[in-house]
Design a protein around this ligand. Sequence first.
Ligand SMILES: [Fe+2]
Length: 211
Amino acid sequence: MSANLLTQISSNINTALILHRELADCFWFVYLPGYAMFQEYQYIAESIEQRKLKRYIGSTYGIYIPDTLSDSAEIANHLIGNKNRNQLSSEETQDIIKKCFAAHRDWETNSIQKYQKISLQLFDSVDISSFNFISSLIDDVKKELTFVTDKIIELNCIKFDMPQIVSEQDIWVERYEYLIKDILGKSEKYHHYNSNVDPDSRTTIFNKASN
Ligand SMILES: [Fe+2]
């Protein structure tokens, strides 16, 4: 039962990956590279989390349950549709930014609610190890949600002023380029040194994601 509950979370993260990919597509479309890099970072970080969760399910419960996979997050197609990026007005760009940030906030809000309900069931069935695993995931989603909510408040304050939005892109590119490199980790020469320990400890790139 716990394995099924955790697989529901894994499937939700798979849809989250599509969401972040589509949001990145939208921000590249309107050429806001900083916001696009933020979405690329979330895509990579959450992909690593999803793989870690799947390994945890297998190693804890000894079974394999396939994920439910969605085709689309229904965002990019709706927002971009038949638009041509060479003919976008400032208002159209603003509208895309607004809707992307709102979609991101709504997604994380729903995800937290889902994960909390599942973690309560894990707790009730005294599966404390999995409860703890999911608690740390909930912490990550909460941080992401707070960041996005604060950003929306800031953007509302400046009335989605395009010159200000454009001028902060370089700072965001630098920040997320750094974080992407950081999350992937550096190559280490002697991986086989660790060959006697558990699968997570044998890698550096996956473990980095939980820090
Ligand atoms: Fe996310």
